[in-house]
Design a protein around this ligand. Structure first.
Ligand SMILES: [Zn+2]
Length: 218
């Protein structure tokens, strides 16, 4: 992926430790993607594997990939071009983390994404949420935290697609990013990890690139 290597990445990539289950699950997931398997099938939990492990691996992978995607437009996403974290005139996201930003606060997109990535990284590195050892069970907060991470990461797709799409086309990254988006979309809808309302800003595009797919109703 040339367009990723040309410029500095937004931040260092989070890696799985070789020899761990999650490392092998990560490799397994990569291999099935590379084999050209249908993305809708690729997101399903492999037989005998644990759903939480499967979700943990994907949350980290999507974090890394969405980081790289934002990295391709970061120089073009400034306080002047994007004074708020928006997705067109209809959608604007405000940042709140219960710490420095107690109330939802409108911020330039770059600042919002930076806080979002720092926050996500802190969640992923917190062993009380993402346990590393196999004998440590996943805590109750694991799934709600993953939902929150993925919901927030989705907003980066919204912003990049709506405000920086021309840049993606210019550097030839469009097909790759569409592929990553489809994978993300199939994954979060398969396990109902992002609410349908959150997915709305990209609904039109989704209906074009994820053909015949509707949100699963249970
Ligand atoms: Zn921007």
């Amino acid at each position: 992926m040339e367009f990723f290597h040309k410029r500095k990445t937004f931040r260092p990539k989070k890696k799985f430790e070789p020899g761990t289950l999650r490392y092998s699950l990560h490799k397994q997931a990569q291999a099935s993607l590379n084999s050209g398997i249908n993305l809708r099938d690729a997101v399903k939990v492999p037989p005998g594997e644990n759903l939480n492990d499967w979700i943990a691996v994907h949350v980290v992978d999507f974090f890394n990939r969405i980081n790289l995607i934002y990295g391709t437009v970061t120089d073009y996403c400034t306080e002047e071009t994007c004074p708020t974290m928006s997705g067109g005139p209809k959608y604007e996201y405000r940042w709140a983390d219960g710490a420095e930003y107690k109330k939802p606060t409108a911020l330039p997109a770059k600042k919002y994404v930076s806080l979002l990535m720092d926050w996500t990284e802190a969640q992923i590195n917190n062993e009380d949420i993402f346990p590393i050892k196999m004998d440590v069970p996943f805590p109750k907060v694991f799934l709600p935290t993953c939902k929150k991470i993925l919901t927030r990461l989705f907003r980066v797709f919204v912003h990049v697609y709506i405000h920086h799409f021309e840049r993606l086309v210019l550097i030839g990254a469009e097909a790759h990013i569409n592929m990553c988006y489809k994978h993300f979309y199939y994954f979060v809808t398969e396990f109902e990890l992002v609410g349908q309302k959150e997915l709305e800003p990209l609904a039109e595009m989704t209906s074009k690139i994820c053909k015949g797919y509707t949100y699963p109703k249970r």
